[in-house]
Design a protein around this ligand. Structure first.
Ligand code: FES
Ligand SMILES: [Fe+2]
Length: 367
């Protein structure tokens, strides 16, 4: 068992039923030391969303991501296969890119070593007289990767758990919707002055909708808004009718699924549209949230207005959420607050998320 830091007590790691449970203590949102613990205990262990296949449609297309502090390169190779590597050159740690004008060669942007798209080292300039050097020992290190519903997940941990256990049941639930047929449209990045868990907590409940999002409250059937939680994810679900939602999505009657995949991935699924959100911790008081928008046919003339409306609406809701999250972060720093309680009816998602955090910490500290 590892020693617990002063801001994590054994009793705070205990799980109680939601009816009796307290929220996690405010120190977990305000202590600088939580960041390193969470990186090892959570972000290096869990599968992370890195993109969608439509972002790299052609051989030689690539994505550069930072996953739990690790640079990762995802490429589509000449045969059309998607591959992922730690984006760290084996010479002295430089960044690798697809070499200009090629689809088959990766080149380090420091001293120019070249690799093939299977990661093997190919070219080493000005390397005469170097002894005891075998190129075979200096290939790029692959990163475990899975493609599910067109979404690319990677895991930088040493022993990833099977990916399918993470998303078990989602495909069946959203059928006939398929996310792999959608196409990337755009990305928005938000720099937010709150701990990453404040943003997650806020996403995970509709309890705040009537107060924080009065416009959304008018359009949503709040009574039929339900939350389910199991395993690695929770689901907030709401049926909607086009008459209610004209301003909201311009979509037909259908179903809205808001999946939260632990620890930091949100899949907001509506007919013909997927919006993914990924929360990236920066420090105890800051996070970055990336929104990616995907649509069935983003280039069609009819889609343009629908997409513009959808994005404008998301932006409005997001600004309301940012304001409350930043205010809550200041509240968590107050000496007047430590732990709260949960609405059994409305905060199952938050309770589930915080239970997952406790599980990760217990495992990390060997409890
Ligand atoms: S670090 Fe890549 S070639 Fe030197
Ligand atoms: Fe909100």
């Amino acid at each position: 068992m590892k020693a617990l830091p002063p801001f994590i007590s054994r009793s705070d790691l205990r799980q109680n039923p939601i009816e009796r449970a307290e929220t996690v203590p405010s120190a977990w949102y305000t202590e600088p030391g939580m960041k390193v613990i969470e990186r090892v205990a959570i972000f290096e262990r869990e599968w992370q969303l890195a993109g969608h296949i439509s972002e790299i449609p052609e051989p030689g297309d690539s994505l550069c991501k930072t996953i739990a502090g690790n640079p990762v390169l995802i490429i589509r190779d000449p045969a059309g296969e998607v591959r992922a590597f730690f984006n760290v050159c084996k010479h002295r740690g430089g960044p690798v890119e697809v070499k200009k004008g090629t689809t088959t060669v990766l080149q380090c942007m420091y001293h120019g070593w070249t690799y093939l798209t299977d990661g093997s080292l190919r070219g080493v300039p000005q390397w005469d007289r170097v002894d005891l050097f075998d190129k075979k020992d200096f290939g790029l290190t692959p990163v475990p990767m899975e493609i599910w519903q067109g979404l690319i997940f990677v895991n930088v941990g040493d022993s990833p758990e099977p990916f399918m256990s993470v998303v078990d049941g989602i495909s069946e639930r959203i059928a006939p919707v398929r996310l792999d047929s959608l196409k990337f449209h755009s990305k928005e990045t938000y720099h937010i002055g709150c701990n990453w868990k404040v943003y997650a907590d806020n996403y995970l409940e509709g309890y705040h909708i009537p107060i924080v999002h009065p416009e959304l409250a008018k359009l949503l059937d709040y009574r039929n808004y339900t939350t389910e939680a199991a395993g690695h994810y929770s689901l907030q679900y709401s049926p909607f009718q086009s008459s209610d939602s004209d301003n909201l999505y311009g979509a037909e009657d259908g179903e809205a699924y808001y999946y939260f995949i632990y620890p930091n991935i949100m899949l907001n699924i509506l007919p013909g549209r997927l919006q993914t959100n990924v929360i990236l911790p920066v420090d105890e008081n800051r996070c970055v949230v990336e929104f990616y928008y995907y649509y069935t046919d983003p280039e069609s003339p009819g889609a343009k207005k629908l997409i513009a409306d959808d994005k404008a609406y998301s932006e409005m809701i997001q600004q309301e959420d940012i304001e409350i999250c930043e205010t809550v972060q200041r509240g968590l720093h107050s000496k007047a607050y430590n732990k709260g309680r949960f609405s059994v009816e409305r905060e199952l998602g938050v309770y589930h998320f915080q239970s997952c955090i406790k599980n990760s910490l217990r495992r990390h500290f060997g409890l």
